[in-house]
Design a protein around this ligand. Structure first.
Ligand SMILES: [Zn+2]
Length: 105
């Protein structure tokens, strides 16, 4: 019988490190970029990863979706996913859900 020498170390693999969570807020492209803009969608994305928070601005115009960090930014995929989901419902998420939890007495 073969004996395993030493102990096999139980390596715990973290799946992707910290999971990022995204908070998306639709902005008005006309207000942000002016009336001549070709941008039809503008989203502010807050990416939270443990204690790090990163902001993205994601645009949509005739060239397609892109982030201020480039078209390959993760926030682009996130916004597209949400926009697809919400446009299927015909509704957009509320511009800010932060103050919604307030209870009146
Ligand atoms: Zn970005």
């Amino acid at each position: 019988m073969k004996q395993l020498r030493g102990r096999l170390k139980a390596k715990k693999l973290k799946p992707t490190g910290a999971l990022a969570s995204y908070h998306l807020e639709p902005l008005d492209p006309w207000l942000m970029c002016g009336p001549d803009t070709t941008v039809t969608e503008l989203w502010k994305v807050r990416e939270r990863r443990e204690r790090d928070i990163q902001y993205h601005l994601v645009y949509f115009d005739r060239y397609g979706w892109y982030c201020e960090h480039g078209a390959g930014c993760k926030a682009v995929a996130e916004v597209r996913r949400v926009v697809r989901a919400t446009s299927a419902n015909g509704t957009r998420p509320k511009s800010s859900g932060k103050a919604r939890a307030r209870k009146r007495k």
